[in-house]
Design a protein around this ligand. Structure first.
Ligand code: NAI
Length: 252
């Protein structure tokens, strides 16, 4: 892995126990950052933490439900106390939601997806900003999706939330550039993670692969590399932007 020279940095990753979040944590840890993994289950966090041991960086685990602002604030306090500060926030936790047409979309699934995928990113970004604006530095990376740029049938809640993340990121970046805080969103196309592999049949995955110019789904590590760059001082002029990593999904 590339060394983005993060050895003096402290990072939190929501949804850090699985998939893209874990790959982001690995890429940050491989560049020397201390890590706080946030997720819902202690067992999953313990397994993820064991995977990070090879990087020999400080790592703490924090139970947090990003859809609950009180849980987010408590997790942020535990993170700052446990790591001794916060320089990097990767607001990644997300869920898929129901597959249904908009006219039939279940209200409870709409509410849940918006709560986790949009409000959750807002709560975590808000909590991170309260730390970073005081110290006048930091990098926030919000996990959007190619579905923050284009639609897809049967996923109106997910698409709405991801478009919201892209817009919210731009506003926050405009507000906080003067505070030395950079804020960007990342847009993966379809990536092999439990979210995709457990919910989509091999046939559905083959069909989706054909929608990418490269003819395949991505790997979580391919997202982690971009996130580590955005977190680092190598990205010192990058703020308020949406970065797709999509194997050509959006090119057509
Ligand atoms: P995943 O299902 O492998 O991991 C998501 C993690 O988030 C899990 O560990 C889960 O426990 C955690 N989580 C869920 N709800 C939570 C909550 N309320 N509070 C705290 N943690 C919670 O999913 P994956 O694929 O790694 O997704 C990560 C992010 O990347 C999501 O925001 C997703 O929308 C986004 N994304 C994923 C793509 C894919 O194809 N896998 C494509 C584009 C974006």
């Amino acid at each position: 892995m590339i060394d983005y020279q993060l050895s003096n940095k402290k990072a939190m990753v929501t949804g850090g126990a699985s998939g893209i979040g874990l790959a982001c944590a690995e890429a940050l840890a491989a560049s020397g950052a201390a890590i706080a993994l946030w997720d819902l289950s202690q067992d999953a966090l313990d397994t993820a933490k064991a995977k990070l041991a090879q990087y020999d960086v400080p790592c703490i685990t924090v139970i947090a439900d990003v859809s609950d602002p009180a849980s987010v604030d408590a997790a942020m306090q535990a993170t700052v106390a446990g790591l001794g500060g916060l320089d990097i926030a990767v607001n990644n936790a997300g869920i898929g939601g129901a597959a249904a047409k908009s006219g039939d979309y279940p209200i409870d699934s709409w509410d849940k997806v918006i709560a986790v995928n949009l409000s959750g990113v807002f709560y975590c970004q808000r909590a991170a900003l309260q730390v970073m604006t005081k110290q006048k530095s930091g990098s926030i990376i919000n996990m959007a999706s190619v579905l923050g740029q284009v639609g897809i049938a049967l996923s109106s809640a997910y698409v709405a939330a991801k478009h919201g993340v892209v817009g919210m990121t731009k506003s926050a970046a405009l507000e906080h550039a003067e505070d030395g805080v950079r804020i960007n969103s990342v847009g993966p196309a379809f990536i092999h993670t439990p979210l995709v592999d457990k919910t989509l049949s091999p046939e559905a995955q083959d069909f989706l692969a054909s929608k990418h110019a490269m003819g395949r789904l991505g790997q979580p590590q391919e997202i982690g590399q971009l996130v580590a760059w955005l977190a680092s001082d190598a990205a010192s002029f990058a703020t308020g932007t949406y970065y797709a990593v999509d194997g050509g999904y959006l090119a057509s």
